[in-house]
Design a protein around this ligand. Structure first.
Ligand code: COI
Length: 356
């Protein structure tokens, strides 16, 4: 065992990397040799350690399982094409959002050095797992959950924070078919839509499974009051492009996740001279402008999904097809973002944080 800063490090005796090839890096299937783990006990973070990737032991009464105090983040690390060096894309923004989620779920905040330095040290240790190929990266999953073995309903007194790493390729390898959800809802005003808590994803499973049965990849959530205004797609924020203007739902309602890829895409589109409007966008407006030929493209943004084009948008009455020959803004944003992440374009906004 060695110690780096305050983090105890126990190294794995061998690597599992030799048994895996790049074409097996589908999202979420493989994990690197090590993980970071820390405990929150008596009001402080302790037992911070990096150790071989392994199962964790919890009480059957673990309150996260029963009452859902469980939050996570998704971040990606890339290997520069030019230098081979590894950098993480905007981890501070995810760190801030993680603690916003923690506060909403009445969980303790995680200190910046544990989150950021812990992540850097873990990635540096498993750096051989960071893919070199275009569209591939190392997905970083920090998460925290309540660990009290107590089934009374109250905030847990103890928590675990972990970071695990998973080499990954594209989350989806084809343009999306999206079903507009007008029965189930993802989030209500005053609820937890802006937080990245596990329950938001659990609650989406059934509506998404129903949409998949109908032949769609994901749902597009609409607002809880009227099912009129679009919110976000399953695992992505969403943009609709009308000529030179991209429209995405605003964040004021607190029902939408403030995506780091979303804010990066907005910045890059503005740099490209595309107008960006963050505002309410109704399904009627989308359909009407589609009929007039003004809707040229739609795409989703997310850490796992990156920038993903939408080829079809359907609800119970209509199906809108968005032909590939009109796609311009989404592919340009993806190309620029990829170039910054993979080190072939200048990182003007200092989004890439070197691992060492
Ligand atoms: C991400 O894009 O990182 C997500 O968290 C979405 C999903 C894989 C849960």
């Amino acid at each position: 065992m060695t110690t780096i800063g305050d983090i105890e490090v126990t190294k794995a005796t061998s690597t599992r990397l030799k048994d895996i090839s790049i074409d097996q890096f589908t999202f979420g299937k493989y994990y690197t040799d090590h993980m970071l783990e820390a405990d929150y006990i008596n009001g402080e973070w302790t037992n911070v350690q990096i150790k071989p990737y392994q199962p964790i032991s919890i009480s059957p009464a673990c309150s996260a399982i029963h009452y859902g105090q469980s939050i996570f983040e998704g971040i990606k690390a890339y290997r520069s094409e030019k230098t081979g060096n590894i950098s993480i894309f905007r981890p501070l923004d995810n760190f801030k959002r993680f603690n916003i989620s923690a506060r909403r779920m009445e969980m303790p905040e995680v200190p910046e050095d544990l989150f950021i330095e812990g992540m850097k040290q873990l990635i540096a240790l498993d750096e051989a797992w960071v893919p070199r190929e275009h569209d591939y990266s190392l997905y970083v999953r920090p998460f925290m959950f309540a660990t009290d073995g107590f089934i009374g309903v109250k905030p847990s007194g103890t928590y675990k924070f972990l970071i695990i790493l998973s080499p990954t390729g594209p989350y989806y390898n084809h343009p999306m078919k999206i079903y507009v959800e007008e029965k189930f809802v993802r989030a209500v005003e005053g609820g937890v839509g802006f937080a990245k808590n596990a329950g938001n994803y659990g609650a989406a499973m059934h509506p998404t499974a129903e949409a998949k049965k109908k032949g769609y990849d994901q749902v597009l959530w609409t607002d809880a009051k009227e099912h009129r205004y679009v919110q976000e797609c399953g695992t992505m924020n969403v943009f609709f492009v009308f000529g030179n203007t991209a429209v995405t739902p605003g964040l004021e309602s607190g029902t939408i996740l403030e995506g780091v890829t979303r804010m990066s895409a907005i910045r890059l589109m503005k740099d490209m001279g595309v107008e960006v409007e963050e505002r309410d966008l109704s399904i009627e407006e989308i359909k009407e402008r589609y009929r007039k030929g003004e809707l040229t493209e739609a795409f989703g943004t997310g850490t796992a999904a990156t920038v993903l084009m939408i080829q079809e948008l359907a609800d119970k009455d209509d199906s809108l097809t968005l032909p590939q020959d009109k796609w311009k803004v989404g592919p340009a944003v993806k190309a620029k973002l990829d170039a910054i992440r993979e080190g072939s374009a200048e990182d003007t906004y200092n989004w890439m944080v070197p691992v060492s």
